[in-house]
Ligand binder design. Structure first.
Ligand code: SF4
Ligand code: SF4
Length: 471
């Protein structure tokens, strides 16, 4: 018997005993939380679709151009030279999600994750609209291929494909930039073959995920889902079944109007299976917190409706911690939450300080590798390569480099130059310093970068001279 109760641990709801795919047909959710989730999903879908086309100071709001190594986060451009900032922002994000999970469980998955939002709030709604609710879907999938099935499935898959194509466009806009995507589309597939190949590939991937693979992304692929086991503790708030109330002393039992369940020792769960039927990952939350649960709250709504109809208090399934259910404890700050919060505050502070200390222009001047200094009369000359990065949204004109200390001259090969916005300029320059002004054979020198005669950036490099100068 004990083995039976634990048998849910040996299998997942999406795979049959024969190892085949068990296609889940969840009942259409309804209720207060589902309504709130719908509103949140509208906002998030609007944000996801708009973010690659919103500009702040001329910069795309969110851009992850891996190939060209250009990243914009909230309109701040990050260059490869700002990699440390990207690392800190990723670390901050990881600590934030960890802290959030320790306190609120997997709420991110059910309410914010794009996979759940698109699956439950876009594709699933279309499925309900075309095929009807759970029972009709099951009937349709079992029936032979006739005109009705071909029409419904054909229409559903066509719409799924179209939406997958739209999502693929938006996804590509995050990777190559909204402006580039629009101009590539206007120029047509022949002129931009790689963009269109990527579009087709992404469309097929999204179609595969949302039309067939579905909730298995959360169950078998998503690393965050698999981390739950180590992140959650008895104090983490989760979608949970109140087994004390639900089972009573003598377990759950079907509802009979005139029965006094308290006297019989039965709990409030009437074993109606509504919480199971509505679950998009096919689990029974009454078995406790499980890896498959994405905290979508559909079972809370379903159970609350049953509780109200049968005259019981709602909240048999609710957001609660194990300690809240087992011992009636209220939420408390644990040492783990305090430690994570301290690390998160520290990382956030470091990130903000570094973000504001970051220069809009950046100059790197390095001696040409393998080249020795040259002596010309009383002066020593070294050859350098320079890299100037303009992270601003305006062109920087008449850029020139001069020595600040010690005294000397800089000759830029090709003269002054203009650096377009968000561009990088590379070149070669010579620095000449009088022998008498050098104190060491390897001297640290400071250079200034000027635009139209105005100092905009400073940088340091080494200058080599003859050893005999050493004293
Ligand atoms: S158990 Fe409840 S909250 Fe978890 S995935 Fe299923 S319906 Fe959603
Ligand atoms: S919906 Fe509520 S009452 Fe019905 S089986 Fe689930 S927990 Fe029990």
């Amino acid at each position: 018997m004990a083995q039976d109760k634990e048998s849910f641990r040996d299998s997942i709801g999406t795979i049959t005993e024969e190892g085949k795919r068990n296609y889940i047909h969840p009942k259409k959710p309804k209720g207060k939380l589902y309504k709130y989730r719908t509103y949140v999903s509208w906002l998030l879908v609007a944000f996801l679709f708009a973010a690659p086309f919103i500009k702040i100071n001329g910069n795309q709001f969110l851009l992850f151009n891996v190939l060209e190594r250009k990243f914009n986060i909230f309109g701040f451009p990050f260059w490869p030279q700002d990699f440390y900032l990207l690392v800190i922002s990723i670390l901050t994000g990881i600590v934030f999600i960890t802290l959030f999970t320790v306190v609120f469980g997997r709420i991110f998955c059910g309410w914010i994750c794009p996979q759940t939002i698109f699956m439950e709030m876009v594709f699933r709604k279309i499925e309900y609209w075309i095929e009807g609710d759970r029972n009709k879907q099951i009937k349709l999938s079992k029936q032979k291929w006739n005109a009705e099935k071909i029409r419904k499935k054909g229409l559903k898959w066509s719409i799924f494909f179209l939406i997958s194509f739209i999502i693929a466009n938006v996804f590509l806009a995050y990777l190559i930039g909204g402006d580039v995507l629009i101009s590539d589309i206007l120029e047509g597939p022949a002129a931009n073959l790689s963009t269109f190949i990527n579009l087709v590939l992404f469309t097929l991937v999204f179609y595969f995920v949302f039309a067939w693979f579905r909730e298995q992304v959360c169950i078998v692929v998503c690393p965050y889902g698999r981390l739950q086991g180590v992140l959650l503790d008895n104090k983490s708030i989760n979608v949970a079944y109140d087994y004390k109330r639900g089972e009573g002393e003598n377990g759950r039992k079907k509802f009979r109007k005139k029965e006094n369940r308290q006297e019989l020792g039965n709990g409030d769960c009437i074993d109606c299976m509504q919480c199971v039927n509505v679950c998009p990952t096919g689990i029974d939350i009454r078995n406790g917190t499980q890896l498959e649960c994405v905290n979508c709250t559909a079972c809370i709504d379903a159970c609350d409706e049953v509780m109200i109809k049968t005259g019981f208090e709602p909240g048999l399934i609710r957001y609660a911690s194990e300690d809240n259910i087992a011992k009636g404890e209220k939420f408390k700050f644990t040492p783990r939450i305090i430690a994570y919060s301290a690390v998160l505050s520290l990382l956030l502070s470091i990130f903000v300080v570094l973000l504001f200390l970051r220069n809009d222009v950046e100059t790197n001047i390095l001696r040409l590798p393998g080249q020795l200094y040259e002596t010309k009369g009383d002066t020593i000359s070294n050859i350098y390569t320079f890299k100037f990065i303009n992270k601003t949204v305006n062109e920087i004109e008449d850029v020139t480099i001069r020595l600040i200390s010690p005294e000397g001259s800089v000759t830029m090969v090709g003269g002054t130059y203009n650096v377009p916005k968000q561009e990088l300029k590379e070149g070669t320059l010579f620095i000449k310093i009088a022998k008498d002004d050098l104190k060491k054979s390897k001297e640290k020198i400071e250079l200034g970068v000027y635009s139209k005669g105005e100092l905009i950036n400073t940088t340091k490099t080494n200058f080599l001279g003859p050893k005999k100068i050493n004293k």
